[in-house]
Design a protein around this ligand. Structure first.
Ligand SMILES: Cc1cc2nc3c(=O)[nH]c(=O)nc-3n(C[C@H](O)[C@H](O)[C@H](O)COP(=O)(O)OP(=O)(O)OC[C@H]3O[C@@H](n4cnc5c(N)ncnc54)[C@H](O)[C@@H]3O)c2cc1C
Length: 306
């Protein structure tokens, strides 16, 4: 069977939307990335389950995406099926000051919703543009706050199509990392605290203003490219190495924040990767520090077969 034939077979019975040869640059904050063979938008957990079983049976590769804000998708695109969970975005209040949120819900919206209900804890996330699922995988954080400690538990669909509930403390959150069993996060429960609405809202707003001043938000980017090495800042090291403004094609080390690479128009993943290599080499030579990538590089350099 052809690659596309196997993908279609894996999607038998799926009722959500399917888009073939879908350009990934439309779905990434970098505005970069070749085509996915297929992108699907499951309508609910049962629909997602059908796909998971189909993927397993047909041995089709797959990739689960959130809001695409931490991704560099390569120019050859993604083989197989990209699962887009944008419709999994339900929010509801639970007892004990907890909040239920679907994995596709966006962090700033969850933070605003929580503040509106007089719940605090998520203000640090007011300007992090990812989804809850992506934030859990990355243990997203800012300004001393992190998502990990707020997670009471998550619900995943494992690769046998079974739903499993996992407690937050089993996820072993680290700096921009977590240990998830193989599967797809479908929702989570967040443990928050009662607080005055206006105070929580103001804190969130201040965080958004701070980002507007320090981050190059007017150009496509994927947030911090490198993790901060212990006791230091990747941005400081890159700036001291004299790399602000360094450009390859249309990819540039932001003159505003050295740990951001911006897409000035038609940057390719190849441009960004070349810049990443140059930064890594110079910082290593001048500072003796090996920088580790925070963004996730996914997909293929060239279009190939499944
Ligand atoms: C302007 C800007 C500012 C940023 N600031 C910050 C910041 O302050 N702090 C910070 O930590 N990050 C920051 N980021 C990076 C990014 O927003 C976070 O890492 C975010 O948590 C990623 O979420 P996402 O939904 O975009 O995930 P994606 O980029 O779509 O995916 C990230 C990873 O999560 C996996 N994934 C996503 N959803 C699921 C799911 N439901 N189940 C299983 N796996 C899943 C993907 O497969 C991938 O491996 C910033 C990015 C931008 C563009």
């Amino acid at each position: 069977m052809t690659d596309i034939g196997r993908i279609k077979e894996a999607l038998t019975g799926f009722v959500g939307e399917i888009r073939f040869n879908e350009p990934m640059h439309r779905y990434t904050s970098f505005k970069i990335g070749g085509e996915a063979d297929a992108m699907i938008f499951p309508e609910g957990v049962d629909d997602l389950k059908k796909v998971v079983l189909g993927i397993k049976k047909q041995r089709v590769p797959f990739f689960v995406m959130g809001k695409g804000t931490n991704l560099l998708v390569l120019d050859g695109g993604i083989r197989g099926i990209v699962i887009n969970l944008m419709s999994f975005r339900k929010l509801s209040l639970l007892p004990d000051n907890s909040l239920y949120a679907g994995a596709g819900a966006q962090l700033p919206l969850i933070a605003r919703h929580a503040a509106g209900m007089g719940l605090s804890g998520l203000e640090f996330a007011s300007g992090i543009p990812g989804s809850l699922g992506g934030a859990i995988v990355m243990n997203a954080g800012a300004n001393g706050g992190e998502i990990g400690p707020l997670i009471r538990g998550i619900r995943i669909l494992d690769m046998d199509g079974e739903i499993r509930d996992i407690k937050g403390d089993q996820l072993r959150f680290g700096y921009r990392s977590s240990c998830l069993p193989q599967g797809i996060i479908i929702s989570a429960e967040l443990r928050l605290k009662r607080s005055e609405k206006s105070k929580t809202r103001d804190k969130g707003r201040r965080e958004i203003i701070r980002r507007g001043k320090t981050q190059p938000l007017s150009l496509p980017n994927a947030g911090s490219v490198f993790k901060n090495p212990p006791g230091d800042y990747a941005g400081r090291l890159i700036e001291e190495a004299g790399l602000k403004g360094l450009t390859v094609g249309d990819a540039q080390v932001s003159p505003l924040h050295a740990n951001f690479i911006v897409n000035m128009g038609r940057a390719t993943a190849r441009d960004v990767l070349a810049l990443i290599r140059m930064i890594g080499k110079k910082v290593e030579t001048e500072k003796g520090i090996t920088l580790e990538l925070e963004i996730k590089v996914v997909g293929n350099n060239k279009r190939g077969r499944v």
